[in-house]
Design a protein around this ligand. Structure first.
Ligand code: TXA
Ligand code: MG
Length: 330
């Protein structure tokens, strides 16, 4: 199929464009759309056949469940079998926004959405295009990040096209996403609730509302069932090999690898010759917003290795450290 790319204003989406995308979705098609985190690959969340197309287009393993996107809490309650008090408390503060809650799955959603689990991950995004599309469709949308499985998430429509061209019906192009890193996923079916994937809503933010929320500890035993299949170690990876190192080691390391070598520094450039250096903002928010875009572009320039300056150990950097560690896992 030929993938149609429709430009759309990020703050005031044209209702005709949204209506065209909604029609494709309602026929069971695949439409990639922007959210404030990354671009999602949307299909009807209550239609097993449409969901199957997402798994096929991404090459996603059948054991990895999808997030159902809704415009708000009342729609979320309708698709959950039970809406815990913790969900009500959290979404009143963080929705619409980059928080995904895992709750018991209701009967309107097919098991394949959740890869057979009896829970479902739900999120109300705050991007105006995503919200307009959800309202126009009037049904929940399953939407994983719009990239081939295991690769980098897309923060621009061009990234979606690079990975999924001709495998999906349409892309709504609203430019770069603002947060640049996927939502925080918190499992509310466990006691105490745990963060399965760190994101821009931090542990501290969540604990202000629900103090008992904990960080999921990765277990070494491979016999334990996966709490979240998306926690596979190797994930979110660029094509290039990622090597994380202290700033002072970077100039020396450049010549250990086949050129071209990319370098990602933080705050101040190093000015290493013979490398494609990108300097990201010194604060975690600014850094997250540009990280995936930078990795995409170093990949596109053919860098086989990307050296990344270590980021701070403090909690504000948790989500960035998580993505860098996964991307550098071999
Ligand atoms: O920011 C985001 O969350 C983006 C945008 C498009 O909304 N979506 C996204 O989806 O990152 P995806 O499929 O790439 O990641 C979903 C994560 C995976 O780690 C998956 O394992 C986890 O959520 N997940 C989904 N349903 C789950 C469930 N029922 N129980 C535990 N984890 C679940
Ligand atoms: Mg993903």
């Amino acid at each position: 199929m030929r993938t149609e790319v429709l430009p759309v204003d990020p703050t005031h989406p044209d209702p005709d464009v949204i209506a065209r995308a909604a029609r494709v979705l309602l026929r069971g098609g695949l439409v990639a759309f922007p959210t404030e985190t990354v671009y999602g690959l949307g299909a009807l969340a209550d239609d097993a056949e449409a969901i199957g197309k997402i798994y096929a287009a991404k090459g996603r393993p059948a054991y990895n469940p999808l997030i159902a996107h809704v415009p708000g809490e009342s729609e979320a309650r309708r698709i959950a079998a039970h809406w815990p008090d913790t969900a009500a408390q959290l979404v009143r503060v963080f929705w619409p926004g980059p928080l995904t809650v895992v709750v018991p799955r209701g009967p309107s959603l097919p098991p394949v959405l959740s890869a057979g689990l009896d829970t479902v991950a739900i999120r109300a995004p705050r991007h105006p295009v995503a919200l307009a599309l959800l309202r126009a469709v009037g049904r929940p949308l399953a939407a994983p990040s719009a990239n081939p499985s295991q690769q980098l998430s897309p923060t621009r429509a061009e990234h979606v096209i690079k990975g999924l061209a001709d495998r999906i019906d349409m892309v709504l192009d609203a430019g770069s996403t603002s947060l640049g890193i996927e939502s925080t996923v918190v499992d509310l079916t466990r006691d105490p609730p745990v963060i399965l994937r760190p994101g821009s809503v931090s542990l501290v933010d969540l604990q202000r509302i629900v103090p008992e929320i904990a960080l999921h500890q990765q277990h070494s035993s491979s016999h334990e069932p996966r709490p979240s299949p998306g926690l596979d170690r190797k994930h979110y990876a660029p094509r290039a090999r990622l090597v994380i190192a202290p700033r002072s080691d970077l100039p020396g390391l450049v010549h250990s690898f086949h050129p071209p070598v990319g370098i990602i520094t933080r705050g101040t450039p190093l000015g290493v010759s013979d490398a494609r250096e990108r300097t990201l903002p010194a604060d975690a928010e600014g850094y997250s917003a540009l990280l995936f875009d930078t990795l995409h572009s170093l990949d596109d320039q053919g860098c086989r290795t990307v050296l990344v300056e270590e980021v701070p150990a403090d909690p504000a950097w948790l989500a960035v450290r998580d993505r860098l560690e996964r991307a550098s896992a071999t």
